[in-house]
Design a protein around this ligand. Structure first.
Ligand SMILES: [Zn+2]
Length: 431
């Protein structure tokens, strides 16, 4: 495929009147459109206003998609324990599969090519199958909860770890290695020390990622401190949940010594600004994390706390929130948040040659149309992506050379059927 338009290859490289040529699952050429046509005259062509790398949504809960709008305007722990977890506990395999497909459909429609997905305790397999079928790249994990958890979700420590191991054997590297596994404890509040240490052992044994929530909310931090006598990040460090293979969603409430730990261990923080605002969790000190060299990726979190999986909204919110928090309009400029939503997310996920349009890299890209008043004129293509583009502007999505969305229509599933079934199931699940 030869995709032409203004090519935003990465946060520093914009090629006006450019093109990206893919052959099978790889990018073969990035440069001027005329050169591309010269070298690949018979290639199938698509033309867009902008061609960009697919975005990485580094913290989502696809299986919560049926709960979009289920608990608006509620604080985190009430939102979680009274609405979201009971919903998850009541979902059977079909509901889980439908929710995951709905989430992935939204991702593909809005330009996400890689997800890092925090599933649920039960029926995780349904989401792995859905991600493989719809064609996304992703790191998915079944959730571990072995203490202080609601009925229907709490399971024995060994039981959860054994099921995780079974899923690693089945799905890590599945679907031409587009799908990988992350061992996924929910958070320290609902996981025993044995569970967290067991998660680390499993990740080491199989060389897979670890993904959990951390220090999103002050009540959560206080609960962990009461139980362990340690600040949350110190506790996670103690049990092995820090390091270059670990993704911690949120990290809103960290003190200076915890930030030292994040920096020293190279742990990735996944910033979820919309969810942090909606649940009134607070403002994560992202500019400081970036300054200290802590890798920061971006995520939308779940549809019940966002309420969308639009990655463009998240880039915009990340930048604006940092500016208002610091009273500094230069905080987290467009290039920095674009890097978070592409290369940093892909690195954190463990995928090589993903997140940038470069020769020899994976053919994960998106095409964007700018036929709206909102996007006219465009003085700076990169800043327009961050501040003025919506997921709806994405009309073309490719992963590993496979076209997942073309001319605004997702090709790998029946989107209308998924939405209809999701509406029916959501009506049955409402608390
Ligand atoms: Zn989350």
């Amino acid at each position: 495929m030869l995709c032409s338009g203004t090519v935003v290859a990465d946060s520093e490289t914009v090629i006006e009147d450019g093109a990206v040529v893919t052959v099978d699952d790889e990018i073969r050429f990035v440069g001027d459109r005329a050169d591309a046509i010269d070298r690949y005259p018979d290639h199938e062509r698509r033309s867009f206003d902008v061609v960009a790398p697919g975005l990485v949504n580094a913290h989502i809960h696809s299986v919560q998609s049926l709960g979009r709008g289920i608990a608006d305007d509620a604080p985190l722990l009430e939102w979680l324990f009274e609405y979201v977890l009971p919903m998850e506990a009541g979902m059977d395999r079909e509901a889980m599969a439908t929710a995951a497909k709905l989430g992935y459909l939204e991702c593909i429609e809005s330009g996400v090519t890689t997800v890092i997905d925090h599933l649920s305790v039960n029926h995780a397999e349904a989401a792995f199958e859905a991600a493989g079928e719809l064609g996304l790249r992703g790191v998915l994990g079944k959730v571990l909860m072995d203490t202080d958890s609601p009925d229907g979700l709490q399971e024995g420590t060994d039981e959860g770890l054994r099921e995780s191991e079974r899923l690693i054997n089945r799905y890590d590297g599945a679907f031409e290695d587009r799908i990988r596994y992350a061992v996924t404890p929910r958070f320290a509040v609902t996981c025993s020390e044995a569970c967290l240490r067991g998660a680390r052992d499993l990740a080491d044994e199989y060389d897979v990622r670890l993904h959990t929530h951390a220090s999103e909310n002050r009540d959560e931090v206080a609960t962990v401190e009461e139980r362990t006598g340690m600040r949350n990040i110190h506790w996670l460090d103690e049990v092995g949940l820090t390091g270059e293979d670990v993704l911690l969603a949120h990290c809103v409430w960290t003190d200076d010594s915890e930030r030292d730990v994040l920096a020293e261990t190279g742990t990735t923080v996944v910033h979820c600004p919309s969810a942090n605002m909606k649940l009134a969790s607070g403002v994560a000190p992202i500019a400081e994390y970036v300054e200290r060299g802590i890798p920061v990726a971006l995520g939308n979190d779940g549809p019940p706390c966002n309420n969308t999986l639009d990655p463009f909204t998240e880039m915009r919110q990340a930048s604006l929130l940092a500016k208002v928090d610091s009273h500094d309009a230069t905080a987290l400029p467009a290039a920095t948040v674009f890097e978070m939503a592409t290369r940093t997310g892909a690195k954190a996920a463990g995928f090589d040659r993903v997140g940038t349009l470069r020769e020899g890299w994976r053919a994960d890209l998106i095409g964007i149309e700018r036929s709206t008043a909102r996007s006219t004129p465009t003085h700076d293509p990169l800043s327009a992506l961050v501040y003025a583009t919506h997921g709806d502007d994405v009309t073309f999505t490719m992963v590993d050379g496979r076209v997942l969305q073309d001319d605004g229509v997702v090709q790998t599933c029946d989107g209308e059927a998924i939405r209809t079934r999701a509406d029916e199931l959501a009506a049955q699940l409402s608390p």
